[in-house]
Write a protein that binds this ligand. Structure first.
Ligand SMILES: [Zn+2]
Length: 71
């Protein structure tokens, strides 16, 4: 994988990824990303992004269900 900015080689690193929503904060750990050692540019693959958003959407749905519970 080549850096889109400076065209140096990128390496895989693991980072934390935070999602802040109205009802919760989600802290995902050890998400694999490409990092450029030259310019520090990071790049998450589309496949990973899709999975993260799928997870968040699922959580949103479930949390809405919880909130709709009638006591
Ligand atoms: Zn770079």
């Amino acid at each position: 994988m080549e850096c889109l900015k400076c065209f140096n080689d990128m390496f895989i690193d693991y980072v934390e990824f935070n999602v802040q929503r109205e009802d919760y904060n989600l802290e995902l750990k050890r998400i694999p990303v490409y990092v450029c050692l030259e310019c520090k540019e990071t790049y998450i693959e589309e496949d990973e992004m899709t999975k993260i958003f799928d997870t968040v959407n699922e959580l949103d749905k479930n949390i809405n269900n919880i909130k709709q519970k009638k006591l």
